[in-house]
Design a protein around this ligand. Structure first.
Ligand code: NAD
Length: 277
């Protein structure tokens, strides 16, 4: 079912499917995309301070709640602290700014956006403080390799609940899949469709034809069957619906293995170890 969840290590339930809004224009476009998604059953929205669309996301969320008779507790809203705010005090302040823009009084998940060397551990202490004060339901990281997770866990009193990373059939992240499973951290896929690059892949097209589904649906279903949270982006109502229509078919173990076999460790985004901020 579209509202299926995975349980984070603190007991909070996170929807397996969400709408991503990276590069979705602030204002009418983002408001409309968020409203379509929620009207069609999405319960989770992924934004970030750097996307500069938190006001529109908040407006879309509030209007959708009203129009669909939903309460805030039924939705799951994520934002992220940007690299320039990775000090202890600055991360605390960034959280308040995000809440103010969103017009919400809490977030379900707050993430450190990138593991900027020498800075992310201070920011982690700030996220722990927000969590311990009951200001946020869950905290996590993004773009963390195994070594970044080990490093933050060495100073943490609370383990990250989520790691959101680039993950798709050409970058299946086997090492992170193993490590996060072992430590009870939920893995979340950004650019699950490789920003569209994967949609013409012959093997995925073949599997899609067999199931009478689109390539996008095959990839997103592959995420779900791996227990990976996925947040495809679209501003098109039909595609928003298409990307959520994942519950009327199942990939066989053989399909899953064939898709896993597409891994080339290929990124479209920066490598977190060599991101020049
Ligand atoms: P994506 O892989 O979700 O691809 C989105 C693009 O694919 C859209 O622009 C659209 O043109 C196309 N598309 C979507 N659905 C389609 C369909 N059914 N059929 C055909 N084409 C379709 O790329 P993304 O936006 O980079 O990633 C998703 C989300 O992940 C972002 O919006 C953002 O929320 C998050 N993200 C996070 C980070 C991070 O550093 N944490 C980085 C990038 C993205």
């Amino acid at each position: 079912h579209i509202a299926d969840t995975v349980t984070l290590h603190n007991g909070v339930k996170m929807p397996l499917l969400g709408l991503g809004v990276y590069k979705v224009e602030e204002g009418a476009t983002v408001v409309q995309s968020v409203k379509w998604a929620i009207a069609h059953g999405y319960r989770s929205i992924d934004t970030a301070a750097i996307y500069k669309n938190e006001r529109g996301v908040g407006q879309g969320v509030r209007e959708a709640m009203q129009e669909n008779g939903l309460t805030r507790e039924q939705l799951f809203i994520t934002s992220k602290v940007w690299n320039s705010d990775l000090g202890y005090e600055s991360a605390l302040a960034a959280y308040e700014t995000s809440l103010e823009k969103l017009g919400l009084d809490y977030l379900d998940l707050y993430l450190i956006h990138w593991p900027v060397k020498g800075k992310y551990n201070d920011a982690w202490r700030a996220l722990e403080k927000l969590y311990q004060d009951g200001r946020v339901k869950a905290i996590g990281v993004s773009n963390f390799h195994v070594h970044h997770l080990e490093d933050v866990m060495s100073i943490a009193t609370i383990k990250p609940m989520v790691d959101q990373v680039e993950l798709h059939p050409r970058l299946t992240q086997p090492e992170l899949q193993r490590f996060t499973k072992e430590h009870g951290i939920v893995l979340e896929a950004w650019s699950p469709l490789m920003q569209g690059e994967l949609l013409g892949d012959p093997l995925l097209s073949d599997i899609a034809a067999k199931h009478g589904k689109s390539v996008a649906q095959i990839i997103l279903r592959w995420d779900l069957q791996h227990g990976v949270v996925t947040i495809p982006k679209s501003t098109n109502e039909k595609r928003i619906m298409e990307n959520a229509s994942l519950y009327d078919f199942e990939l066989s173990a053989e399909d899953m293995a064939r898709i896993d076999g597409l891994n080339e460790n290929r990124r479209i985004g920066p490598d977190p170890d060599n991101f020049n901020f």
